[in-house]
Design a protein around this ligand. Structure first.
Ligand code: SAH
Ligand code: SF4
Ligand code: F3S
Length: 473
C-alpha cells in the first residue's frame, strides 16, 4: 500500500462519525442495538467503544427492575462532561436514549437529563435516520448547545412493526446470532412492565423470518437463537396454503432444514404457550439444543395466581416431564421472583420445593421490584426488603448447589461447542456448551467460529473445561 493510499484511507476514516452504543437488559435489546447500527453505519457512522470519541451515544435501556432504570441515570451523569468538553471544542455530540425506559418514562428522562437530544421507544428504530436528522436540525436552532433536549421524543407504537422496514442485517459478530421472530406481550403479569414498554404481541410472517435466516447464513452464522419476549407464543403467517399460521415448533423444523445452522436455540418461553409441536421439535430436531429456559417465577399456586401467570405448579411439572420424555438429556433454567406482594414463608417454601423437584441446570432470581403502572405496584402487601434479601439468599444457595451438581454431571460427556473467541489463558479458546455454560479448551485458533465436539474434563461453579475430541487436520 502506498503512502497516499494510507493517507486517503485515514482521511476517509476520520470523516466517519463515531457511534457508541450501550445495551442494557435482555437479548431483545442486544438484537435491537445491532439493528440500530445496521441502520446508522451506512449513513456514515462507525462503531467505537470509547465514549470520549463518540459523536453519537445511544443508551438502549431496560425498565424491568428499578435498578435497571437507575443505572441509566448514573450513566447519563457520566456522559454529560464528555458532551460539555466536546461542545467547548466546537464539536458536537448527540445523546440518545432508546429502549424500554425511554418508552416508559421518556418525558422524565428529558426532564432529568436535559442534555439528552433524542428519546425513542423500541418500536421506532426504523425511523432513526429521520430522527437523527430532526435532532440535528433542532440543535442548530438552539442557543445553548448543551440544552437542546427534547429535540426528538418518539414513544409511539407505529402501525407497521419495525421489522417490516428495517434494512438488511449486516452487523453480525462471529458465527452465533440472534434472530428476532416475535415481540411484545399480551400476558400482563402483575409485576411486569414489558407489555407497556414493548407493546402488543406480534409475530413476524414465516417468509420474513426465513429471509433473515438465509441472510444470517450468508454472514457465516452457524448457531441461531430465535428470540421473543414469549418466543413460543409465536404464530407467524404461514408461507403455504396448508395452514394459516405456524407455531414455534413448526418454524424450528423448517430452520433446521438449513444445513448451515448447526445449533438452534430459542428464548424466552412461557409455560402457557408450550405446544405439542414444540415438545416434538425437541424430540425430532437433533440440532435443537437440549436446553430450555422456562421461567416459572414462583412455586406457590397462590402467588402464581396473584402474579396472573395463569397456570399452577402441577401444570409446570407436567411440562417438565413431557420435555424430559421427548429429550432425556434436556436441562432446564428458569427465572424466579422472591417477595412478590403477599408472599409468606409458606409460599417461599413451595418455591424451594419446586426447585428441588425440577432440579435446574441454572437459573436467574430477583427480588421483586415495584414497577410504576403495574397492578402489583399498588398492592398493600409489599414484602419487607430484609425478608426479600433473606429469601433470595436461601433460594440462590439452593440454585447454586444444583448448578454445581449439574456442572459436575457434565464432566466426562461429549458435547458440541461453537468456539467464539480466544480466552484469557494462552492457547485457550472459549465457547458455549449446549447448556449455555462457558467452556474453555486448549485449541487451535483456526477453530474459532466452528462447531467442534468437545469432551468435558473439568468444571468450576460457572464454567467447564474440555478437550477437542476430533483434532482438526
Ligand atoms: N416473558 C418472560 C420474562 C420476561 S422479563 C416470562 O414471562 O417468563 C424477564 C424476567 O424478569 C422475568 O422472568 C422475571 O423473573 C423478572 N422480572 C420481571 N419483572 C420484575 C419485577 N417487577 N421485579 C423483579 N423481577 C422482575
Ligand atoms: Fe412480562 Fe409476563 Fe409478558 Fe413475561 S409473560 S413479558 S413476565 S408480562
Ligand atoms: Fe428490559 Fe425491555 Fe428487555 S424492560 S428485559 S429490555 S424487554
Amino acid at each position: 500500500m502506498t503512502t497516499s493510499e494510507i493517507i486517503s484511507e485515514t482521511e476517509n476514516e476520520t470523516k466517519k462519525k463515531q457511534l457508541y452504543i450501550k445495551t442494557y437488559g435482555c437479548q431483545m435489546n442486544v438484537y435491537d442495538s445491532n439493528r440500530m447500527s445496521d441502520i446508522l453505519l451506512p449513513l456514515g457512522f462507525e462503531m467505537t467503544e470509547d465514549l470520549e470519541k463518540a459523536d453519537m451515544a445511544i443508551y438502549n435501556t431496560c425498565h424491568i427492575r428499578e435498578k435497571a432504570s437507575e443505572k441509566l441515570y448514573s450513566d447519563l451523569g457520566r456522559v454529560r462532561p464528555h458532551k460539555v468538553k466536546r461542545v467547548a471544542r466546537g464539536e458536537d455530540m448527540l445523546i440518545a436514549v432508546a429502549g424500554c425506559t425511554a418508552q416508559a418514562e421518556g418525558a422524565e428522562v428529558m426532564r432529568r437529563a436535559p442534555y439528552v437530544d433524542m428519546v425513542f421507544g423500541p418500536q421506532s428504530y426504523q425511523e432513526l435516520p429521520e430522527m437523527v436528522a430532526r435532532a440535528m436540525r433542532t440543535k442548530e436552532k438552539r442557543e445553548d448547545p448543551l440544552l437542546r433536549g427534547a429535540g426528538v421524543l418518539n414513544v409511539d407504537f407505529p402501525e407497521n412493526p419495525k421489522f417490516d422496514t428495517l434494512p438488511e442485517m449486516t452487523n453480525v459478530e462471529g458465527a452465533s446470532a440472534f434472530l428476532s421472530i416475535q415481540e411484545g406481550c399480551d400476558k400482563f403479569c402483575h409485576f411486569c412492565v414489558v407489555p407497556y414498554t414493548r407493546g402488543a404481541e406480534y409475530s413476524r410472517p414465516v417468509k420474513d423470518v426465513l429471509k433473515d435466516a438465509k441472510r444470517l447464513i450468508e454472514l457465516g452464522v452457524k448457531e441461531v437463537t430465535l428470540l421473543g419476549q414469549n418466543v413460543n407464543a409465536y404464530h407467524g403467517e404461514s408461507p403455504d396454503s396448508a395452514s394459516k399460521e405456524w407455531g414455534l415448533g413448526r418454524l424450528i423444523q423448517e430452520i433446521a432444514e438449513f444445513d448451515a445452522f448447526e445449533i438452534i436455540r430459542y428464548i424466552t418461553s412461557h409455560p402457557r404457550d408450550v405446544t405439542q409441536d414444540l415438545i416434538d421439535a425437541h424430540k425430532d430436531v437433533k440440532k435443537l439444543s437440549p436446553y430450555l429456559h422456562l421461567p416459572v417465577q414462583s412455586g406457590s399456586n397462590r402467588i402464581l395466581k396473584a402474579m396472573n401467570r395463569k397456570h399452577d405448579r402441577d401444570f409446570y411439572f407436567k411440562l417438565i416431564d413431557q420435555f424430559r420424555e421427548a429429550r432425556p438429556d434436556i436441562a432446564f433454567s428458569s427465572d424466579f421472583i422472591v417477595g412478590f406482594p403477599g408472599e409468606d414463608e409458606r409460599d417461599h417454601k413451595e418455591t424451594l420445593d419446586l426447585i428441588r423437584r425440577v432440579n435446574y441446570a441454572q437459573a436467574y432470581s430477583f427480588k421483586y421490584s415495584r414497577r410504576p403502572g403495574t397492578p402489583a405496584w399498588a398492592s398493600e402487601q409489599q414484602v419487607d426488603e430484609g425478608v426479600k434479601g433473606e429469601r433470595l439468599a436461601e433460594l440462590q444457595a439452593l440454585l447454586d448447589e444444583q448448578k454445581m451438581a449439574f456442572n459436575q454431571k457434565c464432566v466426562g460427556q461429549e458435547m458440541d461447542v461453537l468456539f467464539e473467541r480466544k480466552a484469557r489463558h494462552e492457547g485457550q479458546l472459549s465457547g458455549r456448551s449446549p447448556y449455555m455454560q462457558s467452556v474453555y479448551v486448549q485449541a487451535n485458533p483456526r477453530l474459532i467460529n466452528t462447531v467442534v465436539p468437545v469432551r468435558i474434563i473439568g468444571c468450576g461453579n460457572n464454567s467447564l473445561t474440555g478437550e477437542v475430541v476430533v483434532l482438526d487436520n
